[in-house]
Design a protein around this ligand. Structure first.
Ligand SMILES: NC(=O)c1ccc[n+]([C@@H]2O[C@H](COP(=O)([O-])OP(=O)(O)OC[C@H]3O[C@@H](n4cnc5c(N)ncnc54)[C@H](OP(=O)(O)O)[C@@H]3O)[C@@H](O)[C@H]2O)c1
Length: 270
């Protein structure tokens, strides 16, 4: 599909911008779409959908962040098919069945029900959450307080997600596949933070907190109740050992092991 046009939703985000730059390096026309992207796309403004879709053959999809927005997503998938999109690659979460309220489960159902080729990429927690997303301010402040206890997580490097997504967008043979992606090792948050502290030279510590205390603190910080419950629920899964297993999606798609967390830390803070 190398002479095709590929729509990349969330084109300014952690995975999307990496997908766009990899596609551009291969000479593929990649359309970075988001509210502030090169191509304007807004889930909340349907007038932006058709121009973003025009002429696209394939699409990388990130579901909208609104909780329970399955209907909006399936409407978009139908419009994309009508516009001629023949291949969907959807970013999902490995814990999708444990958190159905996110709308990600509905997004998976929508691409499965489409008449186009589809592939679902289910990722574990991103390593880059520590440097580019919600854990970054805590790392900067020196204390990451979470209710994850000694629970372990196989953080996935977002560069591996982008490599997998690009392969699946460009190669044939991935239709109907669900790839679960994790890093190559299990780490507790205390271990992950210790690696960051050691490499960066910053004094950063992990502080265990009780789940109820954590949820109360989120709500006090202005998080809506449902988002606070969702976040705390996902972290509870880690605390209870529910995420403490490895997945082989990177190896299956790319024929190589995933990047190690320590490599991410060296690239980011070295
Ligand atoms: N973080 C994790 O550990 C993790 C793990 C597994 C799965 N996931 C999934 O990853 C997805 C997020 O992907 P990501 O991390 O690559 O993105 P991200 O870094 O969170 O960035 C979000 C992207 O969506 C765009 N966006 C936000 N609101 C929008 C709107 N109303 N309309 C159109 N675009 C909008 C943003 O750009 P603009 O601001 O320019 O619009 C940005 O490009 C989520 O679905 C999450 O469930 C995350």
């Amino acid at each position: 599909m190398t002479n095709k046009t590929i729509l990349v939703l969330g084109g300014t985000g952690k995975t999307g911008r990496r997908v766009v730059s990899r596609l551009a390096e291969r000479g593929v026309e990649a359309r970075a779409a988001s509210r502030k992207g090169a191509v304007r796309f807004d889930w909340d403004d349907e007038t932006t959908w058709a121009p973003a879709l025009e002429g696209a053959d394939a699409a990388y999809l990130i579901p909208p962040t609104e909780l329970g927005s399955g209907e909006l997503f399936s409407t978009f998938v139908a419009r994309a098919e009508q516009a001629g999109v023949r291949r969907f690659v959807l970013l999902s979460a490995r814990e999708v069945d444990e958190s159905p309220s996110t709308g990600v489960q509905a997004a998976e159902a929508a691409v499965r029900a489409s008449g186009a080729e589809w592939t679902i990429v289910r990722a574990t927690w991103f390593a880059q959450n520590f440097s580019e997303d919600f854990f970054a301010p805590s790392i900067e402040s020196g204390v990451l307080a979470l209710p994850t206890g000694d629970g372990k997580e196989p953080f996935i490097d977002v560069d591996d997600i982008a490599d997998v997504v690009v392969a699946v967008l460009l190669e044939d043979g991935h239709h109907g596949q669900v790839y679960e992606l994790s890093g190559p090792e299990l780490l507790s948050f205390a271990e992950a933070v210790a690696l960051i502290s050691e490499q960066s030279g910053k004094d950063v510590v992990f502080q265990p907190v009780e789940p109820a205390e954590f949820t109360r603190a989120l709500i006090a910080d202005g998080f809506p109740d449902d988002l606070a419950d969702l976040f705390a629920g996902l972290l509870a899964l880690i605390r209870n050992g529910g995420n403490a297993y490895l997945s082989d999606g990177v190896q299956r798609v790319l024929g190589r092991p995933p990047r190690r967390f320590a490599d991410y830390v060296r690239r980011t803070w070295g």
